[in-house]
Design a protein. Structure first.
Length: 101
């Protein structure tokens, strides 16, 4: 059996929590239109007969303005540094900005 970690990263409100809930098949992460709802990394485990994938839902990437923002940004950096794969999600209905490029 193979296993690995996938960090779900991207700006706020691009669907990271939604895709995690869909993949896992249960609501384990909060989904709301309000920005910055996910403040800590949340792990969800996908199991099949031949693999196990641990998905890590991270806070949205944004510019740090205060201690809470810096804490959440650190969570994102740690998740990416320890993951086998980083899946960068973006809102396909909006134009790409420099950060996405």
């Amino acid at each position: 059996m193979k296993s690995g970690f996938v960090a779900l990263v991207g700006r706020s409100n691009v669907g990271k929590s939604t895709i995690l809930n869909k993949i896992i098949g249960k609501k384990i992460s909060i989904v709301t239109p309000k920005s910055q709802t996910t403040r800590n990394s949340i792990q969800g485990i996908y199991n099949s007969d031949d693999c196990q994938i641990i998905f890590v839902d991270t806070p949205g990437i944004h510019h740090s303005a205060n201690k809470l923002d810096k804490f959440m940004s650190k969570n994102v950096r740690n998740a990416v540094a320890t993951a086998d794969v980083a899946l960068y999600l973006f809102d396909g209905t909006k134009p790409l900005e420099d950060e996405e490029r």
